[in-house]
Each structure stands twice: as structure tokens, then as C-alpha cells.
Design a protein around this ligand. Structure first.
Ligand code: UD1
Length: 469
């Protein structure tokens, strides 16, 4: 372990000694805590990021030739439909063989929603009032039952929400899953810096850090030993998803089928964008390689560009759902994995000269993050499929307005309503095609209308506020 004087020297060398300004008034345990943090900081990396992003005014915008990527469309023609069915069956076989694990990234800070604690604790279902975590857990359990297999579930947390996430799962007995099939691992943290490239103290004994982005998943999977554990369990594919999407089709067999039939290393799902400025990343080809360009990194001209038929040139909005081959992650992490960092100008709480905590009103610092989708560029083959937004994507991101708890509730109810409607049940829809009333269907009963078909009695009638389970 690096001794304290060596750490102090290093801190002075890199002109960050301001973080030690309360040192003398700290208790011994606080001193140890701060020292521990300083030991773990990669000052070379920070120096590089500062030079490039702060002093060099580099931004995360891409460099090179951007062009639209090939996307498998929503099946329309008979041959597309036949291909989708083939993919579905192929994917189902892979699931039955127990080769797929689900991986959830839940290490983010959920600051836009203004919800204290892990976002997965947020109550999301309209009637049974289940949390996002419970929704996901039940889908995974239901899939296991359907395909007579076990789907291990890997959950990435971060320093700030790990203990609370685990406590939540324990309190609810892992929502009926076997504890040995649920694996938690934490991602690494990275310090933010201010406009002068200085570290930011948010307590007298603590430097502000943020999770290093979901790009940190790959290396943390390796370091936690979970990559090796999954290999031992015979897992070949990881189904990657985010915590906030209430319509997520976890381990969608059709997606697994397309991905596997193409022998892809990493694949992605997209939906048609609602409008040019929707805050989703878009799929494109950068210097010939498929990638996602984050909305904040896409220039306005490209965002608004259209094709001759009037459609958006970059219309494939990433819904942050991927399939990633386990051996692709092994390859990527066997050498030094250099996913690029992206920068964001943010409001960061800090300690002022009197030792008081200040919550700034405007951005005062820079946070750095790596993004998982930058790994797409390393993939040998990669499949992108378009799916129906109404059936697969409704995230909870904001407290009100677009992508909020209200829109997620509405979209869930409409999804269940359409399922019943397709089976001939008379469901009341208003002029906006929203169900008048509330309903919910448990994944243990059915996850799509084909499953529901055999379970509904012939006299089934819609009544407001019912929960089918
Ligand atoms: C994200 C995608 C965007 C996509 C959209 C779809 C990024 C950078 N952008 O946007 O391209 O169109 O979702 O909904 O991801 N997370 C971690 N650790 C971190 C940071 C985030 O686990 O260090 C997790 C969060 O818990 C969350 C997910 O990653 O589950 C997404 O993070 P968020 O910052 O909410 O991304 P969005 O802006 O919603």
C-alpha cells in the first residue's frame, strides 16, 4: 500500500493540495477515509481528461464520418415476418438451454427524477404498486418458469446506492427469485473536477466522485469475478438493460435469435424517434462502425437532417437494450479496455472556504463517464433491430411531462389494454387511444397476447381497475 507521505507528495505534485486544507481538523478515521480516496485516484487519467476537456476545450462530439446504419425493420412483409418467427424460435431454444443471463445497470444517480435512493425502488405498476426492481424480477422469474431454466440476474450498483439496493432485495426476499441467482456488483467511481481542473471537496473529508458510467460495467464484471462465474454457469449471452423502462421485454427471444443467427458480438434495439430532439441516443455508423451517438453529442444539423422521403436521417433511437456475448467481454477486458470518456457540465455540491456545503445554482464542474454502447465499435458483427415503441419502451426519467411516472403508467395500461383487445375483449379506448380506466396483467399470467389467449375464459369482460394474475 502506498504510504501517506507518498500520497501527499503526489497530491502536491499534481497541484491538488487544496483537498487537504481541513486535514488538521479531521478525526483520525476521517483522515484515513480521505487518504483512502486519494490513494485510489488515477491522477494521470484526470490530468489527461483535464487537458483535453477543460483546457483543450475538446468535447465528446464524435470525430469522423457519420452515416446511417442498417436496421432490421419491424416485420411487415411475409418474408420479414417469417424471419422474425425463425429468430424467435431460435432465441427460445437458446433460452431453454440456459445460456442467457440478464444484466441490469442501476448504478446511476437518477437525479432528474428527484427520487431519493435507488431508482429501482420507485413504484411503477398501476394497480399492484410494484417497484421497478420487482417488475423486472417477476419477469425474470416468469421467463425461467416458461422456459424451464434459470436466468441469472446481475445487477450493477454504485457506491452511493449499493447497500440500499441490497437491503431492498433482502427486505422483499428477492421478489421470489433464488438469492443464489441474483448477483450484485459495484462499478467504480471517478472524481469530478472544476473549471480549473481541481478536485472538488463535498465534505471536509471527502472528494466528490460520481459513478464512472455504464461503460464501467465491463471491467467491473471482470474484476468482480462475475464474468468467470457466468462462464462456469454456461452463460454465453448477456441481455443488458436499464432500470427505468417499464415496458422492457427482458431476454426477448426474437432479439436473441436475430443476434445469435448473425453471430453478433453485441447488438442493439431501437425505436423510431418521436421527434428530432427527443433525448435518446441514435444509431449510426461512425467511420464504418455501428455505434450510438448520444443526444448531447449529436450536432443539431445531424439531429434535424432528413432523407428525401422526409424521415429523420438518424431515426433509430437507442433504447439502451443490448445483447453482449460473454466471450466478447472476455476479449475486450483481457487487454486494457479504453472506452472513451464523455464529459458533462453539471452542478456539483462543494465545501466553501468556511467549510459550509454549497449547492450551486448553475453548473460548476465536469463529470466524466464511459458509455457501454462505445463497445459496439469493437464488435465483429452487430445487429440492430427496430421494435414498436408502444410495446417496448416507456422509461421513467422525469418527475413530470415526457418520460415520467404518469406516461409510464399510461403506457403500461395501454399495453395491457391492447393485449386484451387483440384477443377480442371489448376495451374502452378514448380518442387518444388511451384505455379509459386502469388494468394490469401479472407476468406470471402472461407476458404477451399469445400466452394470455389460453388463459382467458370465453366470457372474460373488461372492468375498470382490475389486476389479472
Ligand atoms: C440513456 C442513454 C440514451 C438512451 C436512453 C434510453 C446514456 C448515456 N444514454 O439516457 O442513449 O437513448 O437511455 O432510455 O446511457 N447508469 C449506471 N451507472 C452510471 C450511469 C448510469 O448504472 O454510471 C445506469 C442508470 O442507473 C440507468 C442507465 O444507466 O439505468 C441510464 O442512465 P441515464 O443517465 O439515466 O441515461 P439517459 O440520459 O436516460
Amino acid at each position: 500500500m502506498i504510504s501517506a507521505p507518498v500520497v501527499f507528495n503526489r497530491v502536491r505534485q499534481v497541484k491538488q493540495e487544496h483537498v487537504l486544507r481541513y486535514w488538521d481538523e479531521l478525526s483520525e478515521s476521517s483522515q484515513l477515509k480521505l487518504l483512502e480516496q486519494l490513494r485510489a485516484i488515477d491522477f494521470e487519467l484526470l490530468d489527461d481528461l483535464t487537458r483535453r476537456f477543460i483546457f483543450g476545450k475538446e468535447n465528446s462530439q464524435f470525430a469522423g464520418d457519420l452515416a446511417p446504419a442498417d436496421i432490421i425493420p419491424i416485420p411487415q412483409t411475409a418474408s420479414q415476418q417469417a424471419e422474425a418467427i425463425r429468430a424467435w424460435r431460435y432465441g427460445e431454444d437458446i433460452l431453454r438451454q440456459g445460456k442467457v443471463a440478464a444484466i441490469l445497470v442501476a448504478g446511476g444517480q437518477g437525479s432528474r427524477l428527484g427520487f431519493e435512493g435507488p431508482k429501482g425502488k420507485f413504484i411503477a405498476t398501476p394497480i399492484s404498486r410494484k417497484s421497478l426492481f420487482q417488475m423486472h424480477a417477476e419477469k425474470i422469474k416468469a421467463l425461467g418458469i416458461k422456459y424451464k431454466t434459470t436466468i441469472p440476474w446481475l445487477i450493477m450498483t454504485s457506491e452511493s446506492n449499493d447497500a440500499e439496493t441490497k437491503e431492498f432485495f433482502e427486505r422483499f426476499s428477492y421478489f421470489g427469485l433464488d438469492q443464489k441467482d441474483v448477483y450484485f456488483f459495484t462499478q467504480q467511481m471517478i472524481p469530478a473536477i472544476d473549471g480549473q481542473g481541481k478536485l472538488i471537496l463535498d465534505r471536509k473529508d471527502h472528494i466528490f466522485t460520481n459513478p464512472n458510467g455504464h461503460g464501467g460495467t465491463l471491467i467491473s464484471l471482470k474484476n468482480s469475478g462475475l464474468l468467470a462465474e457466468m462462464k462456469t454457469r454456461g452463460i454465453e449471452e448477456l441481455f443488458y438493460f436499464q432500470v427505468d423502462n417499464v415496458l422492457i421485454r427482458i431476454c426477448d427471444p426474437c432479439f436473441i435469435g436475430y443476434h445469435s443467427l448473425a453471430n453478433a458480438d453485441m447488438s442493439a434495439k431501437v425505436v423510431a424517434k418521436k421527434h428530432a430532439h427527443e433525448k435518446v441516443g441514435v444509431i449510426g455508423k461512425l467511420n464504418g462502425k455501428v455505434t450510438v451517438i448520444e443526444y448531447s453529442d449529436l450536432p443539431k444539423s445531424e439531429m434535424e437532417a432528413t432523407t428525401p422521403d422526409g424521415k429523420l436521417k438518424y431515426n433509430g433511437g437507442s433504447i439502451a437494450i443490448h445483447l453482449i456475448k460473454l466471450n466478447f467481454i472476455e476479449k475486450l477486458t483481457s487487454k486494457e479496455l479504453n472506452l472513451p470518456y464523455h464529459v458533462a457540465h453539471k452542478k456539483i455540491p462543494f465545501i466553501d472556504d468556511n467549510g459550509n456545503l454549497v449547492i450551486p445554482e448553475s453548473p460548476n464542474g465536469y463529470k466524466f463517464e464511459m458509455f457501454i454502447f462505445d463497445a459496439l465499435a469493437y464488435a465483429k458483427n452487430c445487429v440492430v433491430i427496430e421494435v414498436v415503441r408502444e410495446d417496448e419502451f416507456s422509461p421513467i426519467k422525469n418527475l413530470t411531462g415526457e418520460d415520467s411516472p404518469d406516461t409510464a403508467r399510461r403506457d403500461l395500461i395501454n399495453y395491457y389494454g391492447r393485449m386484451l383487445n387483440k384477443l377480442g375483449v371489448d376495451v374502452p379506448f378514448d380518442q387518444q387511444h388511451d384505455v379509459q380506466g386502469a388494468l394490469e396483467i401479472s407476468p406470471f399470467l402472461a407476458m404477451d397476447e399469445n400466452e394470455l389467449k389460453s388463459k382467458l375464459g370465453p366470457d372474460f369482460k373488461f372492468t375498470d381497475n382490475f389486476y389479472l394474475e
